[in-house]
Design a protein around this ligand. Sequence first.
Ligand SMILES: Cc1ncc(COP(=O)(O)O)c(C=O)c1O
Length: 366
Amino acid sequence: MINRLVREGIEDLVPYPPGKPIEELERELGISNSIKLASNENPLGPSPKAIEVIRGKLYTINRYPDGSGFYLKTKLAKKLTIAEDKIILGNGSNELIELSVRTFLNPGEEAIQPFPTFLVYEKIVRAAGGTMVSIPLKEFHVNLAGIRDSIGPKTKLIFLANPNNPTGFALSGSDLAGFLEDLPHDLVIVLDEAYIEFVRDETVSTGLKLLGRHPHLLVIRTFSKLYGLAGLRIGYGISSTELIGYMNRVRQPFNANTLAQAGAMAALDDEEFVEATLNLVRQGLEQLTTGLREMGLSYLPTQTNFFLIKTPIPGKSLYEKMLRRGVIVRAMDSFGLPDYIRINVGLPEENDRFLNTLKEVLETSS
Ligand SMILES: Cc1ncc(COP(=O)(O)O)c(C=O)c1O
């Protein structure tokens, strides 16, 4: 009955697989002390400075948040040397993806993405009555020419994650600039820089430098990864004043909550935590890739805090076996990569446990 009431296209959508809380998983499987390396989170915890400031703000949550995000936007504007009215805050960068679709995509119009990529783009586009055109990666690289050639009269949005999830590959600054230069001006490009702070390859550069030439470019960023604030839900978008103005018309007035705004401001100043996170990721990647090489396994190079590992048994089965031993990784079948798993860098002892468990599982599976 209700199925006749839902909007077109909703019937075919599959809910995002959220994963059970760790406590519930442990109860079900009869295990304890499990570790999670499946969601590209920061294993160090949240920025300590953010925690401290949030504590002080707890007593103000009887009030609505600052709907203009004044202080956080001012701080971001200064840090990025960009005007405040070119910035919009979101309930995580996920909300900015959703706002971009709600602001620009009419039902029946198309968006383009490379594939595999972050699954949320397609979900949101389809839920809004749009069509997602997916252009396969070429040997794990984004096929920019393929994307450009797929632009048609119905194309309204292009999604590009740089670096991309789940591959960890990043486009060079010159490839990105060339791509934008070639595009028609009647579409919006959402450049998702959720992991840009982790990039070490100097040929890669942020899309912020290209905003001046491309007013229809929207760069989105998050506090969920480097700053360890995934549970708070706070991200931001940067574009032209005009584009941000339209998105502001669509957003809910109090979309970025009080604790998130305060925590994000403190985290931006937490240089010690940022450095500790970047060091941890660098060393953890070294530790993990050395261990994998010793086991004769191959993996993809990465510019992020996560990477893909090629599995000698189906990734889904490896995921299930690791899960029963308390190590949560991400199977990649929903990304069209059934022979891969994705893990993020954990604490040194978590990385060790991952490697030992992987070895044990593969030995018992052969
Ligand atoms: C490419 C990409 N964009 C955005 C997000 C979501 O970030 P947020 O927590 O800010 O909604 C993720 C999270 O995994 C991601 O991988």
